[in-house]
Design a protein around this ligand. Structure first.
Ligand SMILES: Nc1ncnc2c1ncn2[C@@H]1O[C@H](COP(=O)(O)OP(=O)(O)OP(=O)(O)O)[C@@H](O)[C@H]1O
Ligand SMILES: [Mg+2]
Length: 405
């Protein structure tokens, strides 16, 4: 064991193999060079709760698929932040120095080595032998180098995965931007139309009101006039939506606290939540959540999402609002229990004027989307038909909020 294995493992790092295949080959190389019969790579899952077997080589005797984060020798390595070497005479026993590990059954020697870099603990490489195995100082050092190389495989795979995720997000943003540009063009046209329609609409409303007074209570014409007034109100709402949509085109961003914005938006709905029998669960991150925000615009965006949620839960339900900080991004998620969106409609909900509501304008979500995009954010939908919808808004996180404010 020496330069040969280091060379082979370094070549692996340059190969285009996927993580599992790289680790499986590294495990094979280790067994070829060291007096062990089983070599397993366990990686800590993203929430740090369990070690999961990612690759192994050698015999499959007492091969454990996963360990709790504090269990067995892998848990001990994590606790000690260093290698653990176990030796026991009784091969049937699964306990070593008070640590119970079913993976020790049938073995006399075990060596578990941490996979880590300066900041992160990734997992463990776990070696076992049915005989007494001991390593010279130089072999031990070489194993340390292999463990470091394996850690770099894992880190590269993590980076590649987050790179892919960012790429996917960018594609989504690009798609939405393209439709948002189309929207703007459509918006210009709609604004001209709205302007032309608004004045005659005002006259129709005004005259219908006067006609209602003129006819007096009990007149058979009243229901017709009332219908005209109702439709005028609906059209006015539509026109306001269209002109509001155009007006929105510029945002003025300032450092702000997203949790504060959400609190302010929610406070406006207190009465409505009660009236509709909706229970609220707030799950806000601790402290301030920095974002570059046009506060009024963001309030409109979240307002639209909450109105939709309330409308989907007319006969009661639960609304869960949570905020969190995920890898450089501030995330707000708004989850309702209103039964979700008809799967066939899902592809259209961000299109202007798409609505399934009798009195909807279909502008709520397109407006929300274009506000979020202008904040360099992204809005995603997780639809659970028959259960509810979760809208997830992601915005760039502003770390230095306190100093900036
Ligand atoms: N939380 C939700 N639950 C179920 N369906 C939803 C939800 N949010 C949006 N939708 C669907 O998406 C459609 C479009 O929503 P959008 O907010 O753009 O318009 P609207 O709510 O219909 O009208 P407006 O917002 O102008 O009152 C809705 O008509 C509804 O079918
Ligand atoms: Mg709406």
């Amino acid at each position: 064991m020496g330069y040969d294995i280091i060379e082979k493992v370094t070549e692996l790092s340059l190969s285009g193999l996927r993580l599992d295949a790289k680790l499986a080959r590294a495990a094979r190389f280790i067994l070829d060079a060291l007096p062990y019969e089983q070599c397993v790579f366990y990686i800590l899952d993203p929430d740090g709760k369990a070690f999961v077997k990612r690759a192994f080589a050698g015999v499959d005797k007492a091969l454990i698929c996963s360990y709790g984060a504090t269990d067995g020798l892998p848990g001990l390595v994590k606790k000690k932040k260093g290698p653990v070497e176990a030796y026991k005479l009784d091969t049937a026993s699964t306990v070593w120095e008070g640590v119970n590990d079913a993976g020790l059954k049938g073995y006399k020697s075990a060596l578990a080595y941490p996979l880590r870099d300066k900041e992160t603990f990734f997992g463990v490489v776990y070696l076992k032998s049915a005989r007494k195995a001991s390593l010279s100082k130089s072999k031990r050092r070489t194993l340390g180098i292999i463990a470091l190389q394996a850690s770099s495989f894992i880190k590269c795979a993590d980076l590649a995965e987050s790179h892919e995720r960012i790429h996917r997000d960018l594609l989504k943003i690009e798609e939405r931007l393209a439709s948002s540009e189309k929207l703007m063009a459509l918006g210009d046209m709609a604004a001209t139309l709205a302007h032309e329609i608004r004045n005659p609409l005002l006259s129709i409303g005004g005259f219908a009101g006067r006609l209602k007074k003129h006819l007096g209570p009990g007149s058979p014409g009243i229901p017709y006039v009332e219908q005209v007034l109702k439709e005028v109100v609906r059209l006015e709402k539509l026109m306001n939506g269209v002109t509001g949509f155009i007006k929105d085109s510029a945002v003025s961003l300032k450092p702000d606290d997203l949790n504060g914005i959400m609190e302010e938006v929610l406070a406006l709905f207190d009465d409505e939540f009660k009236a509709h029998n909706i229970t609220i669960q707030r799950d806000f991150s601790e402290g301030a959540m920095g974002v570059a925000a046009d506060r009024e615009q963001l309030k409109i965006a979240f307002d639209n999402l909450i109105v939709n949620a309330i409308q989907s839960m007319e006969h009661g339900g639960a609304l869960r609002i949570s905020t969190s900080h995920e890898g450089g991004r501030a995330v707000v998620s708004i989850a309702d229990s209103g039964g979700g969106i008809e799967p066939g409609n899902l592809g259209y909900i961000f299109n202007p004027f798409f609505t399934t509501k009798t009195h909807g304008t279909g502008l709520g979500l397109p407006i929300t989307n274009s506000i979020i995009l202008r904040h360099k954010g992204l809005i995603e939908v997780e639809n659970n038909p028959g259960v509810g919808v979760t809208f997830r808004v992601t915005l760039p996180y502003l770390r230095q909020l306190r100093s900036a404010c």
